[in-house]
Every structure is written in C-alpha cells, then in structure tokens.
Design a protein around this ligand. Sequence first.
Ligand code: G3I
Length: 333
Amino acid sequence: QKTLKEAYKDYFPIGVAVAPRNLSGPEAELIVKQFSSVTPENAMKMGPIHPEPGRYNWQDADAIVAFAQKNGMKVRGHTLCWHNQTPKWFFTDDEGKQVSREVLLDRLKEHINNVVGRYKGKIYAWDVVNEAVPDTSSSIYRESKFFQIIGEDYIEKAFEFAHAADPDAQLFYNDYNTESALKREKIFRLLKKLKEKNVPVHGVGLQGHWSVYEPTAAELEKSITQFAGLGLVVQITELDVSVHPKEHERRQKKPTDSAMLTPEMTARQTAQYKMLFDVFRKHKGTLTGVTFWNVSDKSTWLDNFPVMGRKDYPLLFDQTYHPKPAYFQVTDF
Ligand code: G3I
C-alpha cells in the first residue's frame, strides 16, 4: 500500500495543517510517513506571531519549520494579511484611535518583511492575502479594516511587500467558496486586475472546505481552468470533506447526530474524495499542491463548527489514525 506522498510523488506535494502539539507522538509519525509538506494551522497568523507592537512570537512557527526541515518536508506559509486573527493594536494608535492609511501600510510592510524575511528560502509558498472577497455582496472587496483604512490597494501592497522580502517565494491569493459562481467571478476579477497591474501574484489557493455534497467535478474544474487562464498555478490549500450537509446547517443550527459517520456516509465521502483527486490529477502541472486541513478525525477545526457540540469526520485518517476507505481510493489509481 502506497503512502499519500509516494502515490503523488509525480503529481504534487501532499500537505497537512499542523499545530506544535501535532509534532510529537503518533501524529508526528503519521505526518512524516504520509505527507511531504506542512502548513502552520495558526502559528504564522498575525495574532499568534505578532501579538504586540514590536514583539514577535517565533517559537511555534520556528518549531514547525524546524520539524519540516528535519524531515525533508516543504512548508507553505499561512497567512500574511487576513481580517481574522489580527490583533486590535494593528489598527489603532496608543490612544486607541484608528490609524491612518500611511501608518497601517507601514505596519503591514514591517510585519510582512519580518515574517517572510525570517523564513526566506525555507518557505516555498505563502498565502499572502486570505479571504479578501465577500461571499454574497456584489462588491469584490470585503469590508475589512485593511480595506476600510488603506483602500483596495492593500492587496497589491501586501504582495509587493512579500515579493520584496523573498523574491523566490511563490505568492498566493487564498479563499474559500471558490466554486460558487458569484464568488468565483469576483475572485477572477480581482486576480485579473492584479495580473494586469503586474502585481507579483503567482497562484490561487482554493481552500477546499468541502462536503460530501459539494462541489461537483464540473464546478471544481471550472474554477481551476478559469484561474489557470490568468497564468496562475492553483493549489488546494485547506482540504476537508465534511459529512454534514450545509443546507441542513443553514436551516437548523443545532447539533446533528454525532454518530453521523454511517456506512452510507462513509461511502459518500469515499466517492467524493475519489472524484476530487481524479480531478486534481487531471490538472497536474496547473495544480501544484494539495494540503489537508488537520491530521485526522481525532481533532479537526470542524468539530464544533458551525454548531457547538457537533463532531465531524472530514479527513482521510480516523480517530485512531487508521486510514479510512477514502484513503485507499485516493492512493490506488
Ligand atoms: O490559542 C488560543 C488559546 O490560547 C486559548 O486558550 C484558546 C481558547 O479558545 O483559543 C486558542 O486560539 C484558538 C486557535 O484556533 C488555536 O487553537 C482560537 O480561539 C480559534 O479561533 C482558532 O481557530 C482557528 C481558525 O482558523 C480561526 O479563524 C482554527 O484553529 C483554524 O483551523 C482556522 O483555519 C482557517 C484558516 O486559517 C483560513 N481558512 C479557514 C480555516 C478554517 O476556519
């Protein structure tokens, strides 16, 4: 039986999102055996890595990079500019007043320069700007503090700062819901603008927080080919396949049966994973990486999201780290 990284050796790196707690014991063994790339799940985000003005907390990020280097794995950096997990101080002065465009741009530049600079040559790809496009409104730009204070060019500035700090790193725009027609179109327009202005953006990350019901192969392929048409590479950056129906969540915000992983649901999930990886392999060359968001069903960010007290089973390894049926479909082709 091939491991994930063996099966995909001639296609793309297979990555996994990790926290420092994953780097010892049975999870560390599984990570080293199966995966060829890691992404820090939280450790490089603004809040964790830059909690106060002038103070950086490198410990967790350094540990993850050292683990990857020791085990011959690649590292994807995540993420330099996001409206979430960014400390309040970033946007305010000593008196608590909102800072000016110039001050915020200076802070963004300093932050990106320090973080990207520290790992120069060790991180091959960065999610530079994350989730800047809103899901439903007609606007391309999410009303984040970065947008409100700096204006729409905060996005191109972030890419320019990252490129200056490490000219060899591949720079990504990263987002979720990239298969919905409205959001795909808006992200496309954003990326097209950036390319036309010669902004150093090299790829688009489709997060891939999917479910047994979505996306369809056609929707996914449409996104891959449309973005690739701009001369960008595509990576799947945060893959998981929830067993919970999104429709159900919208109508009924309460925990569903936690024994949701029935044989029928396992079969659906297996089929969905098979379809996804069939599409990924078909786009070899354009699709240059696939990263899972968390190691196993033992613990995933989807536990308690969006409904407290509800467990999810979205990954290829079960709660005791054993491969699930989907794993065999993904590695035998
Ligand atoms: O570190 C603190 C800890 O000190 C505190 O005691 C504890 C109490 O709640 O919280 C800890 O922080 C949590 C952190 O994860 C680390 O576990 C935050 O509350 C929690 O909000 C945070 O959630 C992360 C989430 O991003 C934040 O929005 C998830 O782990 C992480 O998987 C998730 O990842 C995002 C991607 O970055 C972007 N795309 C969507 C994806 C899923 O939401």
